[in-house]
Each structure stands twice: as structure tokens, then as C-alpha cells.
Design a protein around this ligand. Structure first.
Ligand code: FMN
Length: 184
């Protein structure tokens, strides 16, 4: 059975560490997992616009892309002890209109990252809080707070540190187990 996996980086920054980690983690998924990197750079959610005639194109595209996905991997930095606004916006856009959330029941993996020592732990938990309400079963263990990311991401964005890659593989394995239990 093939599984469509959305990979979402919480940062819009071109050279984002979260994007480099997302790419590396996605490369470790099994062959029958089809990966789509989802762009979350879109209009800010405004409930006034959320009607047939006024829905922005960027929301339509995001909702369409996400509705085809079976599972989601989030890799996010921490902004001021929470998640970046762009990522929260994507959660909000995807959650509406009421009753048509594109997140519902999709298994998820959360990885937070930071050049600092705490690995974006507060962002990890802030995202987890929203995923509870969005009804997404989420990998609990191993936890993924990646600190000091500049110590293992190469200049070109590649990751070759075997210890990190082994750890990423353990995250992917837990995610695959969760997907098996939740995606029919
Ligand atoms: C607005 C802003 C707020 C930030 N707040 C935090 C923070 O609360 N904790 C932290 O560890 N790093 C914080 N940082 C530093 C980010 O972790 C760092 O810029 C990181 O490289 C962003 O991830 P990216 O490379 O995926 O864009 C902040 C950065 C910005 C721009």
C-alpha cells in the first residue's frame, strides 16, 4: 500500500535548517511512501474570506494538496517559545471550513529544531497542543527536540552525521508504526 506523506517545514526561510532536516528525514521513509513537500507560504487566515466566492487561491491549493495526504511530518523551529506564525496559519487554514478539516485523523510526527541548546521544545509542545484538537494521532516516543543543529547540518544543507541519521531513522520507524495503525 502506498502512503502519501506531507512534509511541512515550519520556516519560510530559504536556507532553513528545518527544511534541511525535513529533506533528510523524508529520504529515510520506506519506498512505498510518496513524499510531498508542502509550501505553507499563503494568505493569512481571515474567516470573512472563507466563503466560496472569496477563498484565496493559496488556501484552495493548500487544502487540495493536503486533502490527498494520508499522514504528516512537521519539522519546525521555535519562534518566541512557540511555533512560527506561518505554521499556525497553515493549521488554521487547513482546519476550516468547520467539518472539512484536512488534518482530521492523519497520523503525525513532530520534530522541533534550534541552533540553541533546547531544541525548540516549547514549539514542539505548542504544535502538539493544536494537533490534539485537530484529532491527529502523534508519535510520542522517541521525542524529537533537535538542539545545536548547526553542529550536524553541513554548509550545503546535507546531513551526513551517522549518529543523527540513526536517530532520524528511529523517528521514521516510530512514524511508520503509527501510520500502519491509522491508515487503512
Ligand atoms: C522571530 C524569531 C524568534 C525566535 N525565537 C526562538 C526561540 O524561542 N527559541 C529558539 O530556540 N530559537 C529562536 N529563534 C531562533 C531560531 O531557532 C533560528 O532562527 C532558526 O534557525 C530558525 O529555524 P530555520 O533555520 O528552520 O528557519 C527565533 C528566531 C526568530 C526569527
Amino acid at each position: 500500500m502506498s502512503v502519501n506523506v506531507a512534509v511541512i517545514a515550519g520556516s519560510l526561510r530559504q536556507g532553513a535548517f528545518s527544511k534541511a532536516i525535513a529533506k533528510s528525514v523524508a529520504s529515510l521513509l520506506p519506498e512505498d511512501y510518496i513524499v510531498k513537500f508542502i509550501n505553507i507560504n499563503m494568505d493569512l487566515y481571515n474567516q470573512d474570506l472563507d466563503q466560496e466566492e472569496t477563498v484565496p487561491e493559496s488556501w484552495k491549493r493548500f487544502r487540495q494538496d493536503m486533502s490527498k495526504m494520508d499522514a504528516v511530518i512537521f519539522v519546525t523551529p521555535e519562534y518566541n517559545r512557540s511555533i512560527p506564525g506561518g505554521l499556525k496559519n497553515a493549521l488554521d487554514v487547513g482546519s476550516r471550513p468547520m467539518g472539512s478539516s484536512i488534518w482530521d485523523k492523519k497520523p503525525a510526527l513532530i520534530i522541533s529544531e534550534s541552533p540553541g541548546g533546547m531544541g525548540g521544545m516549547a514549539a514542539n509542545f505548542a504544535l502538539r497542543q493544536s494537533l490534539v484538537f485537530l484529532n491527529m494521532p502523534t508519535v510520542q516516543q522517541p521525542e524529537a527536540y533537535l538542539g545545536k543543529v548547526t553542529s550536524f547540518i553541513n554548509e550545503d544543507g546535507s546531513i551526513t552525521d551517522q549518529r543523527e541519521l540513526d536517530y532520524f531513522q528511529s523517528l521514521v520507524n516510530a512514524f511508520v508504526d503509527l501510520v500502519k495503525k491509522n491508515v487503512k
